[in-house]
Design a protein around this ligand. Structure first.
Ligand code: NAP
Length: 298
């Protein structure tokens, strides 16, 4: 006997959330969707989703509530404000937060929901907009084994590499680790390609050469190409990566560790944001170094 799929409420339909919600609909889930601006709600409603009005109403209509919001205060507000998820969610429901936020916020919201009979998992993702569109995200999950088992079929409609890392909050710790590696590597690629250009050497050829050796990485491949093409439309907004470097740096401090490279990259993002480029892709770190407009010596 096949079990009926749970109904899902999906809140936060941005660069990541909209294609993720779409993939859940393709997999046969009935969705109620909500976003701050109305555009993406109307778009998904035209494709068969139900348009939600408040987080409270979305939660009341759903067996599972998924949030994909920018930052910790957004999740806290959507979950715990007067018209928030907690005000409407059903006893026995599941909350899946796929945003990248501070583990302390995950725990604060999950504690409130647990007192109402709701189980929670934190499940931040990696793989970018393309991974979201292709249902090929890497999903790092924190929560009990029972909660993970409930959420897994949903994750299978969204991603490929699904890892149950540990208890609640472990997903966010893993994502902080991910963002250290990604952020520091973007800075390294930006410095390398800036040095190539300043030296009159073709950065495209430098990238091609490096891709065959130990410096090879997805960041060199994808973000290196963006830097060469000067395409800094997001992708992943610099202001959101700054938030993540802050989460990682603070977590290091809490354990008495000075994460020097993470802090340096946080400063680089601060510089980018201060000059008004926070909405650009995180690969725009390259623009903090001189950009040559003339074709480099090949
Ligand atoms: P985004 O494009 O800025 O989308 C966030 C969405 O949340 C927007 O559509 C925004 O609505 C909506 N929102 C904000 N506050 C809300 C509220 N109170 N109620 C309802 N909706 C609200 O961000 P994103 O790139 O999708 O990222 C979402 C999360 O995933 C972040 O935590 C980010 O760090 C993480 N992440 C992103 C990537 C990536 O490559 N982009 C990759 C992995 C993880 P508006 O339309 O009004 O702005």
């Amino acid at each position: 006997m096949t079990q009926q799929k749970p109904t899902i409420g999906f809140i936060g339909l941005g660069i990541m959330g909209k294609p993720m919600a779409r993939n859940l609909m393709k997999a046969g889930y009935a969705l109620t969707v909500l976003n701050r601006s109305r555009g993406p709600v109307d778009e998904l409603a035209a494709e068969g989703a139900k348009a939600g009005t408040t987080p409270r109403e979305v939660a009341a209509a759903s067996d599972v509530v998924i949030t994909m919001l920018p930052d910790s205060p957004d999740v806290e507000q959507v979950a715990l404000a007067e018209d928030g998820i907690a005000a409407g969610i059903k006893d026995g429901a599941l909350w899946i937060d796929m945003s990248t936020i501070a583990p302390a916020t995950t725990k604060k919201v999950a504690d409130q929901l647990a007192s109402q009979g709701v189980v929670s998992v934190d499940a931040p993702v990696s793989g970018g907009e393309k991974g979201a569109i292709d249902a090929a995200l890497s999903i790092m999950v924190g929560g009990s084994a029972e909660a993970f088992a409930r959420a897994k079929p949903i994750f299978e409609a969204l991603g490929k590499n699904i890892v149950h890392v540990g208890e609640l909050g472990a997903g966010q710790v893993t994502k902080a680790c991910n963002q250290i590696v990604v952020g520091v590597t973007i800075e390294a690629v930006a410095e390398a390609l800036a040095l190539a250009e300043a030296s009159g050497v073709d950065p495209a050829k430098v990238r091609a050469a490096l891709l065959g050796g130990f410096a090879q990485s997805k960041i060199l491949e994808v973000h290196g190409q963006r830097m060469i093409d000067r395409t800094f439309n997001p992708g992943f907004k610099a202001k959101l990566h700054r938030k993540d470097m802050n989460i990682a740096s603070n977590a290091g401090d809490e354990h008495g560790m000075d994460l020097a490279a993470a802090k340096l990259v946080r400063e680089k993002f601060d510089e980018l944001i201060a000059r008004g480029d926070g909405e650009k892709d995180h690969s725009a770190l390259r623009t903090l170094y001189p950009l040559r407009d003339t074709a480099p010596v090949g």
